[in-house]
Ligand binder design. Structure first.
Ligand code: ATP
Ligand code: SF4
Ligand code: MG
Length: 339
């Protein structure tokens, strides 16, 4: 139950499959060829001022969720709603524009996402012009300067080109550009994974600080649980297109329930996880073209039983508020009912 106010972001039962490359010819008479099931029934909610991190290994569907949320992909089924508006039903520039302003994305590679021929001031001013957010040239300049300072750069940087900056500084420029349209929600897809380790923490702190100060909703994508430790209010663990665990970050770090979350935490070297062994996760992620029957994690799970190979475990909400899709966890809590 959400009370009278709608969640800032609601993702409901999203599905997205991609057809395999055109090199594979379709059989005559067959409607569909093989597909990669990138996102397979993902639901979550994020409120104003909350930061959700989606975490999982490469190929589990994190970027596809980000692109579905920002409208870069259309879902095959399910919907995304912002403040109660189903944005998957919107079409045409006039309907989509206001939604685009309220939800912005910061990409992994600040080299590729900044136009090298534009000065930084022009890059940051572009959304201000596009959404008519300033009345005069002087107002635009003032706003650009304010944004540069907000992300820890100097006003003189407005006159420089992207190549004059380091990777971390370029990511600050990307963040300033994303904030220029005064969004309510920021989607950050691995925004620090292309940066040096020492710079990563600075960018993460900046994002967390901005999120707190501006009351932004944040969807943060990472393959590394350690990276999201300090920035997350909520954590969603993804595996092979599915959300297998979702809950408050402090609960998930203190009491991970799903065997996959436990294994991910065991691979973090510098978090004090009550003396558990630091074992690497064995085995390969299965092929998303033909995911395993039952629980998608069963081929790698040390706790897998017969039921795991035939029945998809439902999401069950524990008394702590963490929701987990695992037969063993549901048995431990004496229920197999999804809440
Ligand atoms: N446009 C596309 N066309 C075909 N397949 C795609 C496309 N985008 C993603 N996929 C496939 O969908 C699956 C999920 O990809 P996605 O990029 O969402 O994963 P990810 O979790 O972001 O991975 P990474 O950590 O490597 O960025 C992968 O198997 C990927 O190959
Ligand atoms: S449902 Fe079974 S295979 Fe899946 S994570 Fe739980 S115990 Fe492991
Ligand atoms: Mg990705």
């Amino acid at each position: 139950m959400n009370g009278p106010t709608k969640p800032l972001l609601q993702v409901h039962d999203l599905y997205k499959a991609f057809p395999l490359s055109s090199g594979i010819s379709l059989m005559p008479g067959r409607a569909k060829g093989p597909t990669v099931k990138a996102v397979n029934g993902v639901s979550f909610e994020v409120d104003r001022g909350q930061a959700l991190s989606l975490v999982g290994e490469s190929g589990c569907g994190k970027s596809t969720v980000a692109k579905l949320v920002t409208g870069l992909h259309r879902p095959d089924a399910g919907y995304v709603s912002i403040n109660g508006t189903n944005v998957t039903e919107l079409s045409g520039r006039r309907q989509l524009r206001p939604f685009g302003r309220r939800l912005q994305m910061v990409f992994q590679d600040p080299f590729a996402s900044l136009n090298p021929r534009w000065r930084v001031g022009e890059i940051i001013a572009e959304p201000i012009h596009a959404f008519s957010l300033a009345a005069s040239r002087a107002d635009v300049s003032r706003r650009v300067e304010e944004l540069l300072i907000q992300v820890g750069l100097s006003t003189a940087d407005a006159g420089k080109y992207p190549h004059e900056f380091s990777g971390g500084q370029r990511q600050r420029i990307s963040i300033a550009r994303a904030l220029a349209s005064e969004p309510e929600f920021l989607v950050c897809d691995e925004p620090t994974s292309a940066l040096d380790v020492s710079v990563q923490a600075q960018i993460l702190n900046l994002l967390k600080d901005l999120q707190d100060r501006l009351g932004l909703g944040l969807l943060f994508i990472s393959h590394n649980l350690a990276v999201v430790y300090h920035v997350s209010d909520l954590i969603g663990i993804m595996y092979l297109g599915r959300l297998v665990e979702f809950g408050r970050a402090d609960e998930i770090f203190a009491q991970p329930q799903h065997p996959y979350t436990r294994l991910l935490l065991d691979t973090i070297p510098d978090l004090e996880m009550r003396g558990r062994s630091r074992a690497p996760i064995s085995g390969e992620v299965p092929n998303p073209i033909s995911p395993p029957d039952g629980c998608v994690f069963n081929p790698r799970c040390p706790l897998a039983r017969d039921v795991c190979r035939t029945e998809l475990p439902p999401m069950v909400t524990m008394p702590s508020g963490t929701s987990t899709a695992c037969h063993a966890v549901a048995n431990r809590w004496g229920t197999s009912e999804a809440h």
